[in-house]
Design a binder for this molecule. Structure first.
Ligand code: HEM
Length: 195
């Protein structure tokens, strides 16, 4: 199944490339690319977060095999997203990025979400799991929730009028976060009772 999931994760990129080749990027190609890559970054972050709750459903435990791949695709689309911004909005002016991070609150949120993904991508290998130890590795990788929250805040802040779509993403992230807190509290309660 892994090659199939891998190819499925490349479909959004293939569709974007096809649009570029066909010249079908609308009146503002830079904006189109920024929006499409931003959407897919957030969607892959959310898909990655869905794996753990879905595993609890009988028969779906093997989904865990795809979690790392989904997380790395979130980072991949995040890199494309930041690259389109650096190319079209800033024309490779890295100091301009820092100025934007300081000046525009939605860029501050997006930047935070992206920076949080970097250590997760770097430590995604089996070697890093061994080096850090399972517990510390898992604690570090909870930063993906930070990326999800920063991503939806970024989206809500950048939209000027109709915020229904970003709010829908925010609701999904809130549900996933609430599930996580609940299972953690239940786990703590169970181990306290066992002690
Ligand atoms: C350095 C980091 C980032 C920068 C500079 C950045 C920049 C941008 C810009 C310029 C836009 C378009 C704004 C507009 O047209 O008004 C945008 C849209 C968006 N970004 Fe980011 N972003 C960053 C990180 C992220 C991250 C980490 C995520 C997700 C986790 C994300 C998700 C989105 C989404 C969902 C949109 C809106 C797409 C739409 O309107 O359909 N961005 N971003």
């Amino acid at each position: 199944m892994k090659p199939v999931v891998f190819l499925a994760c490349l479909v959004p990129l293939a569709r974007l490339v096809a649009r570029v080749v066909a010249g079908r990027l609308g009146a503002n190609p830079a904006e189109f690319l920024e929006h499409a890559t931003g959407d897919w970054t957030l969607r892959f972050v959310i898909l990655t977060l869905c794996v753990t709750p879905l595993r609890r459903i009988p028969g779906l435990n093997p989904l865990i095999r795809f979690r790392r791949m989904l997380g790395l695709f979130a980072f991949f689309y995040g890199c494309l997203h930041v690259a389109t911004y650096l190319t079209f909005d800033l024309v490779f002016d890295l100091r301009g990025l820092w100025a934007d991070v300081m000046k525009r609150r939605y860029i501050t949120a997006g930047f935070t979400g992206f920076v949080l993904m970097i250590p997760l991508a770097v430590t995604s290998t089996a070697g890093w799991v061994r080096r850090l130890g399972g517990r510390r590795w898992a604690a570090l990788h909870r930063a993906i929730y930070g990326t999800a929250v920063a991503g939806v805040v970024h989206y809500v802040w950048l939209v000027k009028s109709d915020i229904r779509v970003p709010l829908a993403y925010a609701a999904v992230v809130a549900i996933l976060l609430a599930w996580r807190v609940r299972t953690r509290l239940a786990g703590t309660g169970r181990s306290a009772a066992a002690r």
